[in-house]
Design a protein around this ligand. Structure first.
Ligand code: UDP
Length: 195
């Protein structure tokens, strides 16, 4: 991993192409991986809050979502190569599944959003296999059932779109129970895909 340390947070210095390649590598491995795409706001949380910093730093891939994060890296004289936003990363993965199929689970958004995103994915990325959806409004005691649903779907890549920092904390807490090889906190991605 080539890392750029921004005020104690280890951001991957990685291009979009390399990120997609690495995700395929994660999929073919035998453990679950966490990917977060912090914007400047989440970076600030991570800088001021040591618990959030630890969550971010235990990610298997941490990519700079916002232009602000890229700018900060430049100011520090340690430029990350490229902005890799959560939405772009998700879209690139959906696209590359035409070459090498991936099973996706869409978790998050208001009721109906994940299903709408799924319908659009079927049109726009016919080779991407969406094996399950679940809205992002639930109580603590539903978590176990949601995890079971995700695991039963045999999804390889899980998009978690609960807003930040909820999605990062949810992945951090539940990663070891999830069979998906890649759990990505990708914010408003489902709203974009549903739009
Ligand atoms: N969201 C969710 N569950 C929640 C809170 C938010 O599924 O408990 C979804 C919300 O519907 C939206 C996405 O998370 O699709 C991003 O939410 P928000 O805009 O609040 O987060 P931010 O853009 O600040 O990360």
């Amino acid at each position: 991993r080539k890392i750029v340390n921004i005020a104690g947070i280890n951001i991957d210095d990685i291009t979009m192409e390399q990120a997609v390649k690495k995700i395929y590598h994660f999929i073919s491995s035998d453990k679950s991986h966490a990917i977060y795409t912090p914007n400047s706001e989440i970076m600030m949380d991570g800088i001021s809050d040591s618990q959030m910093r630890q969550v971010l730093n235990t990610a298997d891939m941490l990519v700079a979502d916002g232009a602000g994060v890229v700018l900060a890296s430049k100011i520090l004289g340690k430029a990350v190569r490229q902005k890799v936003s959560g939405v772009d990363l998700a879209k690139n993965l959906l696209k590359s599944s035409s070459k090498k199929p991936i099973r996706f689970f869409l978790f998050g958004g208001k009721p109906g959003i994940a299903e709408k995103a799924q319908a659009n994915i079927i049109c726009d990325y016919p080779y991407a296999d969406v094996v399950g959806t679940r809205n992002g409004y639930f109580s603590e005691e539903d978590t176990e059932k949601i995890i079971e649903e995700i695991n039963n779907s045999s999804a390889e890549v899980l998009f978690v779109c609960l807003g930040a920092p909820k999605q990062e904390l949810w992945i951090h807490e539940n990663k070891d129970k999830l069979k998906a090889k890649v759990c990505m906190g990708v914010g408003g991605t489902l709203d974009v895909l549903a739009g």
